[in-house]
Design a protein around this ligand. Sequence first.
Ligand code: GLU
Length: 387
Amino acid sequence: MASLSATAQAAASAPVPTIDRFRRVVIKVGSSLLVDRERGRLKHAWLAALAEDIAELHGRGADVLVVSSGAIALGRTVLGLPAGPLKLEESQAAAAVGQIALSRTWAEVLAHHGITAGQILVTLADTEERRRYLNARATTARLLEMRAVPVINENDTVATTEIRYGDNDRLAARVATMAGADLLVLLSDIDGLYTAPPATDPDAKLIPVVKRITRDIEAMAGGAASELSRGGMRTKIEAAKIATAGGTHMVIADGRVKNPLRAIAEGARCTWFLTPSNPVTARKKWIAGALEAKGTLIVDEGAAQALRAGASLLPAGVRRVEGHFARGDAVIIRDEAGGEIGRGLVAYDIDEARQIAGRASRDIEAILGHPGRAEMVHRDDMTLAGG
Ligand code: GLU
């Protein structure tokens, strides 16, 4: 794909990235793009064109994840629900009906390009509770390894008001940081962030690049969401905060055009939110700094050396286990002299960790009575002291 327009680049004091340098991309598609407002039906031609763009990205070797809204909008048509706000149970029922059509359609349009889709429905807890987060992350990673495209939505049917995202902008940002994506594309019915609401203010100007989300930027976001999609500019700014803090760049672009990803690559107007970090360093910073360690793993000399060379910690190298931790908690890894080697998220509860310490990974299933992860702490979940 071509690089972004010269105008956009010139307008920015920071260089705007080209879309083809990204290796893992989350594309969020809003309800108003997917579902025809009058008839409440899927816009097949538009979706087929977007699938072409996705296939192009995917074909270049990038991992692609889709966060797709539209379940409620589709389901309400099928169920004949009236226009206007729905009660919670009504939108849950609509989502139950609409999600079937939504995922079938995604599976079909991607299959047309030889791409396998996998549906993931998440609730807030799947990304906010560390244990569940690790599960969702492992599944997503496995799907991507197998070159499938996860198609993700909130599990609206079981999510209730207090425990739901409610909008797919923030959900997409969480998914992007969870998956370690380096780019999040929010396809919207507006082409970016403006200095004022463009519908009412003729002087409103599009901001091509945001390097830092200041109070002024937040003030530009205003309120308003349309009837079909819940997220207005405000939730997009919230999404940008989550994404950029997690090392993911984000771009808001007009999705109403045909082949919207190609349009971004060819220089369409849009707003980039740049992160100074990348997903790996952002995550490692979080593990190193933000989490209180709940226990300690004392490892033998061989494991200590392997860890310092960048390997994962296998149960075989663990000599002793101390503390009170559950799977997903942060632990300190020390050598036998007590020196801190690093910190990481442990893949086992303490009882299980004790049982498999010093044992070969292939024996885990026989010892615990169920299969488990080969690593006690995976290197992606670990940060080395002084590193
Ligand atoms: N999860 C909702 C749906 O699929 C959409 C939320 C949103 O539009 O942001 O209908």
